[in-house]
Design a protein around this ligand. Structure first.
Ligand code: AMP
Length: 481
């Protein structure tokens, strides 16, 4: 596994009161190739890549993929494998089970999709004599379980895109709830090579005999932690019971709470383990701004206007909060769209497409709606409401800084959030400097309230020590890389 090492230089230009960090990182990956990146990070909020050099590129050709896939990767301008791709693809091609700790943005979809496509394609070639390579009946060979409908569509779209040079010989279907099942049943007629599904809808389709799992050869659990935390535990157990014992299982999860560990023990057979804690954290700057209670919206509007971010994804904790915040921003001259579970599927698709295309600059979303969205190069993610759980924090910030791009993950906290944010930091083993924005300084009495709230007391007696040692964002960044 690659062991990153880093060097940091700080540069102060006092005349223009700008502080810039230069962060140099070099990585050595499994195959011994080295690459380096130098990133500049300015306290004016905008992180930027100063220089990115590849000294000895890793190559997709080294991974054992067939020409039809390699050609497609070149067309997609995938110049080199991401760390998880470099490490996992050869193992999957060799038939191993896999547990991978990887966030969205690490390139995990291609990690499981490319070997799966290759396996199915080669299997078809081997059975050339048959007019149809698929066994008759409503069977599926490669099953990918995902937590949300958006992710189901996104993964299926990626697979179809990777498979273009197979000229339609590999059938991929996505099924998910929230829309009528009739079209999905029709699509499943005669079976499918690959099925991307959310657990609930898949169970319904099995009950109506639209699909059978007896011949699954590869099972992928994508975002397993999220699937379990969204309450799919029972559906998952029911589905797993229907699968054949002999199969290859690939499990991807950003975090490994007990439930996921139990699942891996039950499901996986002598798996290869790949832990990429921060495949994308190295390209993320996390910042926390303190603000007086009641001033979050004003601060948010100020930041959006000041920095003119192209695409900003703002997280809140409830559907109603989405609409309220959109109204408040609109009164301040900022157009924002909302994205949550109460919106119809058609409306969600339209909003997402417009956001991806850059037609909508500010999108306000709840956790469930925004999970797993693949929005390339999303520059800014803002926690307006703090996420309820520390793992949700990691999932949220994973929307930013994707595939080598530098992103900004910003949390706005008032005194009621102080303690909650400390827990998020502790669980995620990070510590971020509290910062204030000029014009939005926190009033002394708010600080006092925060300090005197029983829950707000820092745990233990080492407050001073920790305070003195509070690392800068750049330190955090380095530690995460
Ligand atoms: P994922 O982690 O699967 O959601 O992928 C994140 C994004 O990275 C997607 O937009 C992919 O198309 C893109 N991507 C995946 N692998 C590579 C690669 N090797 N080079 C460039 N982009 C990639």
């Amino acid at each position: 596994m690659g062991v990153p090492y880093s060097a940091k230089h700080r540069y102060y230009n006092r005349n223009i009161t700008t502080e810039i960090f230069f962060i140099a990182e070099t990585f050595t990956n499994l195959t011994g190739h080295k690459y380096a990146k130098i990133v500049g990070y300015q306290l004016s909020l905008e992180p930027f890549i100063l220089m990115s050099t590849i000294t000895t590129p890793t190559n997709f050709n080294d991974l054992g993929l067939i020409p039809a896939l390699l050609a497609r990767l070149t067309e997609l301008k995938y110049l080199q494998p991401t760390p998880i791709q470099a490490q996992a693809i050869p193992k999957i091609l060799d038939g191993h089970d896999l547990i991978a700790g990887a966030n969205t943005g690490s390139g995990k979809t291609a990690t499981f999709a490319l070997p799966l496509l290759q396996h199915l394609f080669l299997q078809q070639q081997a059975k050339k004599t048959s007019t149809s390579h698929r066994v008759k009946g409503n069977y599926v060979t490669g099953l990918i379980l995902v937590p949300t409908r958006e992710l189901a569509k996104q993964v299926a779209d990626s697979i179809k895109s990777y498979a273009v040079h197979f000229n339609g010989s590999i059938k991929t279907v996505a099924v998910f709830g929230g829309v009528s099942s009739n079209t999905q049943m029709l699509a499943l007629r005669g079976g499918t090579d690959i099925l991307v599904a959310t657990p609930g809808r898949l169970l319904d389709l099995i009950t109506s005999n639209a699909i059978k799992l007896d011949r699954v050869e590869t099972l992928v659990l994508d975002e397993a932690d999220r699937m379990l935390s969204l309450g799919f535990t029972e559906e998952l157990s029911a589905l797993l019971a229907l699968l054949p014992n002999k199969k290859q299982t690939l499990l991807f999860s950003a975090t490994f709470p007990e439930q996921v560990q139990a699942l891996t023990q039950e499901l996986l057979n002598d798996p290869v383990e790949i832990q990429l804690q921060s495949a994308d954290a190295s390209s993320l700057v996390q910042r926390v701004f303190t603000v007086n209670k009641g001033q979050k919206t004003a601060l948010l509007a100020h930041l959006i206007k000041q920095h003119q971010w192209r695409q900003t994804l703002i997280f809140v904790n409830a559907k109603n909060n989405c609409n309220h915040l959109a109204d408040k921003l609109s009164k301040r001259g900022i157009a924002a769209e909302v994205f949550h579970g109460d919106k119809g599927q058609g409306a969600r698709n339209r909003v997402l497409a417009a956001f991806k295309a850059g037609e909508i600059e500010v999108l306000i979303a709840t956790d469930i709606a925004a999970r797993g969205l693949d929005i390339e190069k999303l520059p800014v993610v803002i926690n307006f409401d703090l996420p309820r759980s520390p793992s949700d924090y990691m999932h949220r910030i994973g929307r930013s800084g994707r595939a080598g791009e530098v992103g900004l993950a910003l949390s706005l906290i008032d005194h009621e959030d102080y303690y909650h944010f400390k827990i998020i930091e502790k669980k995620n083993k990070i510590r971020l400097e509290r910062e204030e924005v000029a014009g939005f300084e926190v009033a002394e009495d708010e600080l006092l309230i925060a300090a005197n709230k029983p829950m707000a007391k820092p745990e233990g007696s080492g407050k001073k020590k920790r305070k003195n040692k509070t690392p800068t964002n750049a330190d955090i960044w380095l530690r995460n890389s």
